[in-house]
Design a protein around this ligand. Sequence first.
Ligand SMILES: [Zn+2]
Length: 211
Amino acid sequence: MKLHLLPAGPIQTNAYLLTEPSRGEAVLIDAPGGIWADVAPILVEEKCRLNELWLTHGHWDHMQGAAEVVRQSGAIVRAHGDDQAMFETPEIMSRFAGGRLALEPVKVDRWVGQGDRLGAVGQEVEVRHVPGHCPGNVLFYFEALGAAFVGDALFNGGVGRTDFPGGSMELLAQSILGQIYTLPDATVVYPGHGSATTVGAEKSSNPYVRG
Ligand SMILES: [Zn+2]
């Protein structure tokens, strides 16, 4: 399996494209604006089809490119229902998006929830619900790879903002302690912005939530 980190969009939101050329399959985690232009050439080069688009949460910068990805690839979209309103009416968030951005709704095909097991690129994936930054933030945990894609719940040396609608610092701390810091220390945390970190590093040195 190959992992491609593809920061994109107006505020450099991380998209992660996972490809498994031996199976001809790919999954994209999050879809910032314009991401299809970065994804398409990789799919061609590695002869992979994008079967799945997983959205960590409904904020505009993680889904601005989703409708285009779906049009081009036919990928199945999965996300958490607690952010349904933002997926369907993204203009809810447009006042946080710095003015006149084109925000197109995305149709989520399958709602995911705490404890769900998904399969993609030959991997078993566990869904964990980590609200606090927003109501519907989920993480996707690839146990065999020791990797968790956490959206904006936890960053390298930081945590997600909680001053957006539906945000709660208390809830976010609960999510981080109960759902992220309970993963093995060596687990690599791939956040929605900035560089990767590990569960162990954040537990011992994150200035906001210590394990
Ligand atoms: Zn966010």
